[in-house]
Design a protein around this ligand. Structure first.
Ligand SMILES: *Cc1c(COP(=O)(O)O)cnc(C)c1O
Length: 570
C-alpha cells in the first residue's frame, strides 16, 4: 500500500520513517539495522570488559551510583530518542556489575553462560516465539519437548511419558510442585479453593523458597512441616519423617507432598529419595484425598546426573583418581530421583545458561497435564497437539529459557557436562590441598565434594585444624568459636571491600568470594537451640571454566592478606 502523499510531510510520519530503521527489517535485505545494532551493543559491552588481569566487575567504576532517594523522580522524554542512544544508555547500566565470566568470580553457584545458550536466548528475543501454544511457537516447541525428553532420559524415566515446563526459576519449579500436589491430593481445590490444611514436608535444610510457594499457592506457610536433619550430614532424618507421617495419618491430615532437597547451596545435603518413596507408599493418604507427591528440588546439583554414562573403572576423561569416588558419590546421590514424581532443574546454576531457564520436569505428563487442564480460549485455536497454556501458571511464555536450556543440552552432551563438572572438582582438589598445607586454614566440608569449598582462617600461629575441632566439639571453647566466627566474617567483609574497591594483593586484583554465617551447628548444639553455636565459613565456588591453579593460589594468598589486615598484622 502506498503512503498517502498528503500525510508524508506530517510530523508523525517522520517519526514512523525513523522507526523503520529502528525496528528490524522483515526481509533479508541490507536495510536491516539489527545486525549493526547488535554489533554496536556488543562493542559497548566489550568496553566494559576489563583487560587481561583486570578486576572482577564490569567497567571502570565499581561503585553503586543509584541515588535511591531520587531515582524515581523521572519521567519519559517528550520526544523520541534513538536506538543508538538507548543502546548506549543500556550498556551504562552494566557498569560495576559482577563479571560472572571472570576467573576471580567465585562467590556462589552463579556461572558464566555458555555462548550457544546466550545466542539461543537472543534469537528468541528477535523473533519472539511464544511457547504458550503451537500456533505462536511452531517448531520452536521442539526446544521444550526435547528438553523434557533429554532430561527424562538423564533421570532414567520413560521419556515419552514425561513432560516439562520451562518457568521462572527454581522457586517457580517449587511452586509448580505445590500446585501439582494440591490438585492431586485435594481434587476439589481447583474450584472450591484450598480448604484443607494439607501438609508440605521438607527438611530443615530446604530452600527458603518453600515460603514463597506455599504462601502464593494459598496453602499457607504454616502448613510446612520441617523434618529434622542429621547434624553432620544435613540429610533428612527418615525416622523423623516416619514419625510425622504416622501422626498425620492418625489425625487424618493429608500430606500434599514430600520435598527432597538434592543439594543445598552450602552443605550439599542430598535427601534419601528411595527411603522417602518407601515411607510414602507405607503411609498413603486416606480417601478422599489423593496420593501425595514426591518432589525433588535438584536445581543446583542435577548436572552430576551426566555421570550416569561414565565408566568409572576406565575413567575415559582422565580425572584425578582421588576424585573419582567423590564424583561417583555425587552422581549416586541423585540416581534415586527416578522414584520422584517431579523434579526441578535450574540451568542458570550448574547448567551454565542465562536466566531464567528453569525446568519443571514431571514423570507422568498425562496425569499432570490433565489434572491442571483448563478449557481453551476463544481467541486461540489449537494448531498443534502441544498447547501448554491449557495447564501452565503463565499464559504468554518467552522461549528464551527453553531455547537457552535446550541449546546447553545440545552443546554439552554427556561428556561436556562431565568435563565441566569434574573440572570444578579438579580445581577444588588443588584448592583444598593448598588449604591443607597452610597451617592457619582448614577446610570445613572435607567430606563433601560438590560445588563449594567452605573453610576457616585463623590467626598466624594457631593450628587451624586442631582449633577448629575444639570449637566444633567443646562447649568450653564457645568463646573461641565466637571470636573466630567474627574473624571469619571480618575477613569475608574485607575481601568484599577489596573486590569492590579494586584493591590488589601481590599486584593482582582480589577474588570475589562470599561467606556463610552458619553453615552448620556445633556438635553440642545438634538441635540448634543455641543460635550462637554456629560455624561461620568462607566460601569459594570454582564454577568458572577460565579458572587456573594460579588463581586458586592467589585466592588463598588474598585470604591470608585480608586476615592480616583485619588483625592489624603486617
Ligand atoms: C537456588 C535454589 C532455589 C531457588 O531457585 P531460583 O532459581 O533462585 O528461583 C531453590 N532451591 C534450591 C535448593 C536452590 O539452590
Amino acid at each position: 500500500m502506498k503512503m498517502n502523499n498528503s500525510n508524508s510531510s506530517k510530523r508523525w510520519t517522520k517519526y514512523r520513517e525513523e522507526m523503520c530503521s529502528a525496528f528490524p527489517s522483515a526481509f533479508s535485505d541490507d536495510r536491516d539495522s539489527l545486525s549493526k545494532s547488535i554489533a554496536k551493543a556488543i562493542e559497548h559491552l566489550n568496553k566494559l570488559r576489563p583487560c587481561d588481569g583486570g578486576p572482577a566487575y564490569l567497567g571502570q567504576n565499581p561503585a553503586l551510583t543509584i541515588d535511591f532517594d531520587k531515582v524515581k523522580e523521572i519521567e519519559m522524554a517528550d520526544t523520541m530518542s534513538s536506538s543508538e542512544q538507548v543502546i548506549a544508555q543500556t550498556s551504562e547500566l552494566f557498569e560495576g556489575l559482577p563479571n560472572w565470566g571472570h576467573p576471580l568470580t567465585m562467590c556462589n553457584v552463579i556461572p558464566q553462560a555458555n555462548t550457544a545458550s546466550i545466542i539461543a536466548a537472543i534469537m528468541s528475543e528477535i523473533f519472539s516465539p511464544n511457547i504458550l501454544e503451537g500456533e505462536y511457537a511452531w517448531n520452536v516447541h521442539r526446544a521444550e519437548l526435547e528438553s523434557g525428553g533429554m532430561l527424562a532420559n538423564l533421570v532414567g524415566w520413560e521419556a515419552k511419558h514425561a513432560g516439562c515446563i520451562y518457568t521462572y526459576g527454581g522457586s517457580g519449579c517449587w511452586t509448580y510442585h505445590v500446585k501439582y500436589a494440591l490438585t492431586r491430593v485435594l481434587p476439589d481445590s481447583r474450584y472450591s479453593g484450598v480448604r484443607t490444611d494439607a501438609k508440605v514436608l521438607c527438611s530443615q535444610q530446604a530452600h527458603y523458597t518453600m515460603l514463597n510457594s506455599t504462601d502464593w499457592m494459598g496453602l499457607g506457610m504454616n502448613n510446612i512441616i520441617r523434618i529434622k536433619t542429621d547434624p553432620d550430614t544435613n540429610v533428612m532424618d527418615l525416622q523423623d519423617l516416619e514419625a510425622v507421617l504416622t501422626s498425620l495419618q492418625a489425625s487424618n491430615i493429608p500430606v500434599a507432598s514430600v520435598v527432597c532437597t538434592m543439594g543445598t547451596t552450602d552443605a550439599n545435603a542430598v535427601d534419601p529419595v528411595a527411603g522417602v518413596r518407601k515411607l510414602l507408599d507405607r503411609y498413603p493418604n486416606a480417601s478422599p484425598y489423593g496420593k501425595a507427591l514426591l518432589y525433588c528440588d535438584a536445581v543446583t546439583s542435577w548436572s552430576w546426573l551426566a555421570f550416569r554414562k561414565y565408566d568409572f573403572a576406565k575413567n575415559p576423561l582422565q580425572f584425578s583418581e582421588a576424585l573419582l569416588p567423590f564424583i561417583e558419590a555425587n552422581y549416586r546421590a541423585l540416581e534415586a530421583m527416578k522414584y520422584a514424581d517431579a523434579i526441578g532443574f535450574d540451568f542458570h546454576k550448574a547448567g551454565f545458561t542465562p536466566y531464567a531457564s528453569s525446568c519443571f520436569l514431571y514423570r507422568n505428563a498425562d496425569e499432570f497435564e490433565n489434572l491442571l487442564k483448563r478449557p481453551g480460549s476463544a481467541y486461540l485455536q489449537p494448531r498443534s497437539p502441544y498447547n501448554p497454556l491449557d495447564y501452565t501458571l503463565e499464559v504468554s511464555r518467552a522461549a528464551t529459557g527453553a531455547l537457552a536450556g535446550w541449546a546447553t543440552l545440545k552443546y554439552f552432551g554427556y561428556e561436556g557436562f562431565q568435563a565441566i563438572m569434574g573440572g570444578i572438582l579438579e580445581n577444588q582438589y588443588y584448592l583444598r590441598n593448598l588449604l591443607h598445607e597452610n597451617a592457619s586454614t582448614v577446610c570445613v566440608n572435607p567430606d563433601d565434594y560438590s560445588l563449594v569449598t567452605l573453610f576457616r582462617v585463623y590467626p598466624e600461629g594457631v593450628m587451624a585444624h586442631q582449633q577448629y575441632q575444639r570449637e566444633l566439639s567443646d562447649p568450653a571453647c564457645k568463646d573461641q568459636l565466637l571470636a573466630n566466627n567474627k574473624l571469619t566474617m571480618d575477613v569475608g567483609n574485607k575481601l568484599y571491600e577489596w573486590y569492590r574497591g579494586g584493591n590488589k594483593v601481590n599486584g593482582k586484583y582480589t577474588p570475589y568470594m562470599s561467606f556463610s554465617t552458619g553453615f552448620r551447628v556445633t556438635e553440642y548444639n545438634r538441635d540448634a537451640s543455641d543460635p550462637e553455636a554456629m560455624v561461620f565459613a568462607l566460601k569459594i565456588y570454582p564454577m568458572n571454566v577460565h579458572l587456573t591453579h594460579e588463581i586458586m593460589q592467589h585466592a588463598v594468598d588474598c585470604v591470608i592478606a585480608a586476615r592480616n589486615e583485619v588483625l592489624g598484622v603486617k
